[in-house]
Design a protein around this ligand. Structure first.
Ligand SMILES: N[C@@H](CCC(=O)N[C@@H](CS(=O)(=O)O)C(=O)NCC(=O)O)C(=O)O
Length: 211
């Protein structure tokens, strides 16, 4: 199995963490999806990574769907299960992923708006509100807990941990660790896991003109 990924990608990190927690071997293909050299269009009509390419069968893309696919194909108890046991908890975990991924989307929008000749203040303010609203929601959900659900790592922690780790790399100017010390404690504990330690995001050097 192969995963097309990028070093800063919080979406790809969710998949890398899940593969590690489930103990699934895979080849990591690191790319810059914004450069003309990327292979993503060969596998994903949306030209985005992450893309999971199974040894047999069709490519799987869109991180939340890749995690669904992995949980379906590599279920508990043979593999570590990332879905909570009850339906309500699973729906809540998916809501945490919606907010976490939405924060990532807003961060990506901000990242590229800054590269425009005349960045729109209104557009940036709108994206910042989404990031700040998401941080507030995550902080309220986490409280003083070690894990969001069932006192063990689930989809919710993978999603929340990935966006918080991304912000530490891409958005140092947002003082979220001071604003929400409980989130800082929460993510620092997650980062002690091998699946997090071995998937730390790092910046990439985009060479092509994007906007
Ligand atoms: N909703 C998608 C978002 C994936 C995404 O935006 N990936 C970026 C790379 S990164 O932001 O994750 O580093 C990409 O491939 N962008 C290329 C493009 O949008 O054309 C997911 O969850 O997988």
């Amino acid at each position: 199995m192969k995963l097309i990924s990028a070093t800063p990608s919080p979406y790809a990190r969710k998949v890398r963490i899940t593969l590690a927690e489930k103990g699934i071997a895979f080849d990591l293909q690191t790319e810059i999806p914004w450069d003309s050299t990327t292979k993503t269009p060969e596998f994903n009509p949306l030209e985005k990574l992450p893309v999971l390419i199974p040894d047999k069968g069709k490519p799987v893309y869109e991180s939340h769907f890749i995690l669904e696919w992995l949980e379906a194909k590599y279920p508990a108890p043979q593999y570590y299960g990332i879905h909570p046991r009850t339906q309500d908890d699973l729906l809540f975990a998916k809501q945490v992923e919606v907010v976490s991924d939405g924060m990532c989307d807003a961060c990506v929008m901000l990242f590229f708006e800054k590269q425009r000749e005349n960045p729109s203040k209104e557009w940036n303010a709108r994206q910042m509100r989404k990031v700040e609203g998401g941080l507030k929601a995550l902080s309220e959900w986490v409280g003083e807990k070690e894990f969001l659900i069932e006192d063990r790592l689930t989809l919710a922690d993978i999603a929340a941990g990935s966006v918080l780790g991304y912000m530490s790399v891409r958005f140092k100017m947002i003082p979220w660790r001071e604003q929400y010390p409980n989130l800082a404690t929460y993510v620092d504990r997650l980062e002690e896991r091998d699946s997090f330690k071995n998937t730390k995001p790092s910046p990439q050097n985009i060479t092509d003109k994007i906007v």
